[in-house]
Design a protein around this ligand. Sequence first.
Ligand code: RTP
Length: 155
Amino acid sequence: TGLPGTNYERTFIAIKPDGTERRLVGEIIGRFEKKGFKLVGIKILHPTPEQAAKHYDDLKSKPFFDGLVKYFSSGAVVCMVWEGKDVVKTGRKLIGETNPALSVPGSIRGDLCIEVGRNIIHGSDSTQSANDEITLWFGETEVTNYESPLEKFIY
Ligand code: RTP
């Protein structure tokens, strides 16, 4: 399981501190659930600046990096692992563009936020980064493989 290209592909989704603070957790989880994806890992934590910097390591040369680390470590983040066919790519579609102003209505950012620096949610951009991010935020025993007997209605 967790294998990219199968119905068991996984992605890492995080509701950022503004999303949590704005009480959008249920709304966001609902969208992934209604689509048909399966929640296999979830927890809430207040990241340290070190954890935030590690998560965004590939952006450390960007001018907005310091502000981004401050933002991501400014409050409680809901960390999730979602599973399903094409969940990395489709998850990014559900989320919308990085800049909410360019995100279509119907997407999470298109419907629920305004500023790129307050864009409420993160989603892995590839199966490789999904793997790295799941490893960074979750212990092996914190992601659960459970049977989903009614999946014939989804696949
Ligand atoms: P994420 O990693 O959070 O899902 O976002 P993303 O792939 O859509 O965008 P990425 O380029 O990886 O940027 C990561 C996060 O940095 C913030 N950002 N601020 N001020 C700016 O110009 C700027 N650009 C990006 C956003 O919070 C973005 O989600």
